[in-house]
Ligand binder design. Structure first.
Ligand code: FES
Length: 266
């Protein structure tokens, strides 16, 4: 008789009180019963399902980050959220899985909100720390944006504002808004996800972009570019290289900025 190897059966049991769909309830009951030593064939006959369904369900829930499975069973459309947030589905799935460490009632509340809304972009309910490094400052020192230790080098080099620093992004703020609140400034134009002026490259962590309409999949997935005016951190810590909006890769997407028009430097 088997037992769950990775999931905490007590936490799965606690989720039983929180889920609403029959599928999620059945799946959690199967996993909890399995952990108590009930065999898969017996569970299949109890729940009127195939033994393959029982085994797949147990395998999906027997993971430290089982919340994405619960979310799917509750009707959350992870692919649609990923598309709306301009993130890879695996990133959104991992984001749900990370909720496994939160109090069950809080995590269940998040799942419920996403299950009720059709494809709400990913937003966190907690603040995130953003480290920022100016591209020109890195290039001047001969550092590549691909260097694994790029931010460690910036910290060791005693760089200071405006070239390097960190600030807190509160829930509901974009990275650009939080940067400006913290006394930073970098180029922008439309402030609505429709140009490349405010682009940053995400070196560590991840950033959703609800509403962005201009970056290509390649720029998002391969270059890890994000628009800071609509960018919302979805990890506790994010490291971004700023000042990349006027790089050749983004030249076609750039708009005249308000600072260009007033003759000021942005
Ligand atoms: S300022 Fe245009 S996309 Fe951010």
């Amino acid at each position: 008789m088997g037992h769950l190897e990775q999931a905490d059966a007590d936490r799965l049991r606690a989720w039983l009180a929180e889920v609403r769909s029959a599928e999620a309830t059945a799946a959690l009951m199967v996993a909890v019963a399995y952990d108590r030593g009930i065999g898969t064939s017996e569970l299949a006959s109890w729940y009127g399902r195939s033994e393959a369904w029982v085994e797949e369900t147990i395998a999906a829930l027997d993971s430290p980050g089982f919340v994405s499975t619960v979310a799917r069973l509750e009707g959350v459309d992870i692919e649609a959220i990923a598309a709306e947030s301009n993130l890879a589905p695996t990133t959104v799935r991992d984001w749900f899985d990370d909720l496994a460490d939160e109090p069950v009632a809080d995590a269940a509340d998040v799942v419920r909100r996403y299950a009720e809304g059709s494809a709400e972009p990913v937003r966190t309910g907690t603040s995130s720390t953003v480290y920022h490094l100016d591209r020109d400052a890195a290039v001047e020192r001969g550092w590549s944006l691909d260097d694994d230790d790029l931010f460690a080098k910036a910290a060791d080099a005693d760089l200071d504002l405006p070239e390097y620093g960190r600030f807190l992004v509160e829930p509901g703020e974009s990275i650009l808004e939080a940067a400006e609140r913290g006394g930073r400034s970098w180029p922008y134009a439309c402030r609505g996800g429709a140009c490349s002026n405010c682009a940053v490259i995400v070196v560590e962590g991840d950033v959703a972009m609800p509403g962005q309409s201009i970056l290509s999949d390649e720029q998002i997935r391969e270059a890890n570019a994000r628009l800071s005016c609509v960018g919302v951190p979805i990890t506790d810590e994010v490291k971004v290289v700023t000042g990349v909006g006027d790089a050749d890769d983004f030249a076609d997407l750039r708009l005249p900025s308000p600072a260009d028009e007033t003759g000021a430097s942005d």
